[in-house]
Design a protein around this ligand. Structure first.
Ligand code: ZN
Ligand code: ZN
Length: 180
């Protein structure tokens, strides 16, 4: 089994790069695949593994992602960490083979099938999809997060609502509160 540690997720892996006995790839950081996904920048740290084996043009991928994402809380808009640890399995086929659905054994029913062009394994898009799958649609920093007051905009986890006090709200109200 060929094995490469510290591999770069942006380096292309071609069908011909996968030897008959298989190929193990270890990535120190696959977070670059999340660029332009709307997540806070430069805050993610996620390692990845890709174990590739093939028969003719059909490639079997077993992969894994491990690490931590930094997300924005849906209620209070503060950053919070989300641990990611997740295994996945794919069957990769040449795009010309779309019409021929491979016969899968029962144990492989939950394997995703995807297609590749020009003998390039779509590892970046697979890692991206698998990491984004881990992100909740309405994620919160904690189940008890109180969010922002819709009136004064205060983060109710760290300060109290100023609406009832009659003080003017605005960008300087927080600063004023600190000086008082
Ligand atoms: Zn929150
Ligand atoms: Zn308020």
């Amino acid at each position: 089994m060929a094995c490469i540690k510290g591999f770069d997720i942006t380096a292309p892996v071609l069908l011909e790069d996968i030897p008959r006995e298989g190929l193990d790839l270890y990535y120190d950081d696959v977070a670059s695949v999340l660029r332009e996904s709307g997540l806070p920048d430069g805050q993610e740290s996620i390692s990845g593994e890709a174990h590739l084996s093939r028969s003719a043009g059909t490639v079997h991928l077993k992969g894994r992602v491990d690490g931590r994402l930094v997300l924005l809380c849906d209620r209070c808009l503060e950053r919070y960490p989300l641990d990611v640890s997740h295994s996945f399995s794919y069957l990769l086929m040449p795009s010309g083979a779309q019409r021929f659905k491979p016969e899968l054994s029962l144990s492989e029913e939950d394997v995703d099938t995807t297609f590749y062009d020009d003998d390039v394994m779509p590892l970046q898009s697979i890692f991206r999809e698998q990491i984004l799958l881990e992100i909740p649609i309405r994620g919160v920093c904690s189940s008890g997060c109180k969010g922002l007051c819709p009136g004064c905009g205060e983060n109710l986890n760290t300060s109290s609502c100023r609406c009832a006090s009659g003080e003017a709200s605005g960008p300087f109200s927080v600063l004023k509160g600190l000086l008082d």
